[in-house]
Design a protein around this ligand. Structure first.
Ligand code: SF4
Length: 286
């Protein structure tokens, strides 16, 4: 079994070359043999995960699957998670945010702080997603993701195997790096795989329920994520570190307590209008 420290950039290049034209299951088989129980699939139950779970079910080595349960996921995502567990005989580990950090964030900035400004949205993603992920990855040598290069500009350079500089240089395996969205859906249809019921209601990329809306014809695949942000990165920080660490009160302290900070005082945040576009189109309170 290998660990991530054995992989230099040149060795990563060699492995990418070796698997350049090979099927995802061959790469997954190699990864499972190479990293043993120190590798896991991180799934948010998007269509790419449906393809990867199917490929993983065909390889000889079992691979752990985990998800980040932010506490704001749509019920359809939980329903799909259960369906996948039953279909593949899996026990999927769900990691939740630290309850103390979560409580302090909500008490300080409100339950829907993400609509106020980009920094608070990134803070919410940090507490609900990024920090739990960091804890999981500390135990692993490699993780598998459904990243594709054509999803969004920030992912254009994604490769099948990478050193993950955002997470202690562990190995990141992206078997679908070169796949187009259509290939993913063709695979799902061709193999009769389950998928999130929200996709049949116009959602193309699905995250937390409060931060996702359906997309309109002609819109970018990620346009429904944090739709109220203009020219935003459309990233939560799991794959691309976007949050300036100095913006997180308490980040550098041993205690993870979020304390009042001038930048984040509720009174100083921009209580921008609720997403009017969403209300006009879909009614009710987003
Ligand atoms: S997607 Fe929205 S609710 Fe979910 S963690 Fe990010 S800001 Fe918070």
């Amino acid at each position: 079994m290998s660990n991530a420290a054995e992989f230099s950039e040149s060795r990563i290049d060699d492995v990418n070359l070796r698997f350049k034209d090979r099927a995802p299951e061959e790469l997954l088989q190699w990864a499972a043999e190479t990293f043993g129980d120190k590798i896991a699939l991180c799934s948010a139950f998007g269509p790419e995960s449906m393809v990867l779970l199917h490929y993983l079910s065909k390889i000889a080595h079992p691979v752990k699957v985990f998800t980040l349960d932010t506490g704001r996921l749509p019920k359809e995502t939980h329903e799909l998670m259960q369906k996948c567990e039953e279909l593949y005989g899996l026990s999927i580990r769900a990691y939740s945010p630290d309850p103390v950090e979560l409580r302090e964030m909500v008490e300080s900035y409100g339950i829907n702080l993400f609509y106020r400004n980009v920094q608070l949205r990134e803070l919410c993603c940090e507490i609900r997603k990024v920090r739990p992920l960091i804890q999981v990855l500390e135990e692993l040598s490699a993780w598998i993701t459904g990243l594709r290069g054509s999803q969004v500009d920030t992912r254009a350079a994604v490769r099948k195997i990478e050193l993950d500089s955002a997470h202690n240089n562990i190995i990141k395996i992206n078997p679908l790096a070169g796949w187009a969205e259509k290939e993913v859906w063709d695979y799902i249809a061709g193999h009769g795989l389950p998928y999130n019921a929200l996709h049949d209601r116009g959602y193309r990329s699905i995250g937390c329920g409060c931060c996702t809306r359906p997309t309109n014809p002609g819109e970018d695949i990620r346009a429904g994520r944090w739709w109220w942000e203009q020219n935003g990165a459309k990233e939560c920080g799991l794959h691309t570190r976007i949050l300036d660490a100095s913006m997180i009160p308490g980040r550098e302290r041993a205690s993870t307590q979020i304390q009042s900070d001038e930048k984040f005082q509720r009174a100083n945040t921009i209580a921008g209008p609720p997403p009017a576009l969403h209300r006009q189109r879909y009614g009710g309170k987003p």
